[in-house]
Design a protein around this ligand. Structure first.
Ligand SMILES: NC(=O)c1ccc[n+]([C@@H]2O[C@H](COP(=O)([O-])OP(=O)(O)OC[C@H]3O[C@@H](n4cnc5c(N)ncnc54)[C@H](OP(=O)(O)O)[C@@H]3O)[C@@H](O)[C@H]2O)c1
Length: 308
């Protein structure tokens, strides 16, 4: 048997998306025969825009969709591992995928579309507008159907909030004044998307992560708002004016904000005021950088260097 034939065959659902694209690249880089379930509309696009690079990289492209059960079953039957990276608003569309995994019986690991905060731990559930309930329902289904799984909780992807230095509405870090939400000392966590994908792929053949949760808390990426601003000030060699928004004011702002600003403020409140990224203890067997010390990850400082 060739080395490739011995590796797990990985199906990525959401491969045309941002995290899904990184998952495909990480899976290929780790030597896994990699498959992508691509929705039919992409095949009709001129030059099949997202398909060509995938095919050129060596991905086996399968036409199908979460709402087309026969296509799902056919795709799932070809692989050992399924990783799903559809957005939270589509999380419940994973139900037929779980049904197909159950029926196919060949999948040794399912990694559902989590990739955020552990919603069994968050303290802001009463104000999340049902955001986490969809993922919670999928978790319950996976467990009741006895599907072998790993949950990945990466906290904030760097692409979300870090480019603005946690200033909703900005598309670059501030250079004159900055808003600090709450006391500014509660720590949040950022992980670069490609690194999330690398850690995710590390888990798929690892018996230590079977039916477990993997948290990503890279030590170089855990920052309070005060620390983050101070790091940025050092990089641009300038002291910014600080505008402080108290917890009470932030809650009022959340109530009055339109979507999607409301969700940005809720996630900021969750991480940097309530401490939902770090308030609970995890052991070294559940943390990505400790389980996989050889994975080199991008630090917040390195990321901010690209924004100076
Ligand atoms: N922690 C964070 O800060 C953070 C931030 C953002 C996202 N996330 C998480 O990252 C994951 C992926 O999000 P993303 O922003 O990378 O998504 P994205 O770029 O919007 O891509 C979504 C992908 O899902 C596919 N998709 C959607 N509905 C589908 C269906 N019914 N059947 C098949 N494919 C379908 C899309 O396919 P088409 O190209 O055909 O539309 C696309 O490939 C989610 O779990 C999300 O919660 C985390």
């Amino acid at each position: 048997m060739s080395e490739e034939a011995a590796r797990s065959r990985v199906l990525v659902v959401g491969a045309t998306g941002r995290l899904g694209g990184s998952l495909v690249r990480a899976s290929l880089a780790a030597g896994h025969p990699t498959f992508a379930l691509i929705r039919p509309r992409h095949f009709a696009l001129p030059d099949s825009a997202p398909l060509k690079p995938l095919a050129a990289a060596g991905v086996t492209i399968l036409k199908g969709s979460l709402d087309d059960y026969p296509s799902l079953l056919e795709a799932v039957r070809q692989v050992d591992v399924v990783i799903c990276a559809v957005p939270t608003k589509h999380a419940l569309e994973q139900k037929p995928l779980i049904r197909a995994i159950k029926e196919a019986g060949c999948v040794k690991r399912f990694i559902p579309a989590e990739f955020g905060v552990d919603h069994t731990k968050v303290q802001i559930c009463d104000m999340d507008h049902g955001f986490y309930e969809k993922k919670a329902e999928i978790r319950r289904l996976i467990e009741s159907e006895d599907i072998p799984h790993t949950y990945i909780y990466c906290n904030f992807l760097m692409r979300y909030l870090l480019p603005s230095l946690v200033q909703p509405g900005l598309d670059a870090p501030p250079r004159d004044e900055v808003t600090i939400f709450g006391g500014g000392d509660t720590k949040g966590i950022f992980v670069e998307e490609g690194d999330v994908a690398k850690f995710t792929v590390c888990t798929i053949e690892d018996p230590r992560t079977l039916n477990m949760t993997l948290y990503l808390r890279p030590p170089g990426n855990i920052y309070s708002l005060n620390e983050l601003v101070s790091l940025w000030e050092t990089k641009i060699n300038k002291c910014l004016k600080k505008i402080h928004i108290t917890e009470e004011q932030l809650v009022k702002n959340i109530q009055n904000a339109p979507f999607p600003l409301k969700m940005d403020l809720i996630f900021i409140y969750s991480a940097f005021v309530k401490g939902d990224h770090t308030y609970f203890e995890i052991d070294s067997r559940s943390e990505g950088t400790q389980l996989y010390p050889d994975v080199k990850y991008t630090t917040v400082s390195e990321y901010l260097d690209t924004l100076v």
